[in-house]
Design a protein around this ligand. Sequence first.
Ligand code: HEM
Length: 151
Amino acid sequence: MTPTRMLGAALVAVMMALTLTACATMQAEPEPSLYKRLGGREGIANVVDDFVANLVADARVNARFKGMAVPAVFKLKSNLSDQICDATGGPCSYLGRDMKTAHQGMKVTDAEWSATVENLTKALDKRKVGAKEKSELLGVLGPMKGDIVGQ
Ligand code: HEM
């Protein structure tokens, strides 16, 4: 290779490296976790509060929660919050029972499942959670249906 060609090749290599660096720095910021976009612990706790209030007010499902004492409802809310935080990339660990065990023997029906999802959606709407976050959260919880319904 002549010195001129070598210089040319070196120049091309430097330009390629510069282009690659520019591409790397121009890359969009990674999207915050769903946990963060839901408003973190506080945002999730607010949604869970409204979700459970909706369930308790809904004649299609509230018989399920009627017998629960106040501390049990409190525990259910804290478990639901931890579960959502854990499943959406937040700094929590869900320590409650797995969904199959928690709903064992209840014979939850398809209609009750739909009513529950409706009540969750209503809570997310009330708290002005965006359409994208709403469908992402439902996408995270949806696959639990098989462990909850009909057990
Ligand atoms: C998105 C769907 C659902 C999720 C994420 C969910 C999540 C949970 C969680 C985390 C618990 C607490 C587990 C524990 O105490 O260790 C629980 C308990 C319970 N769930 Fe669900 N659940 C869902 C759907 C339903 C449905 C459709 C029903 C019936 C209408 C239902 C009825 C109950 C009841 C009655 C308890 C209390 C059980 C007890 O304390 O003995 N759940 N659920």
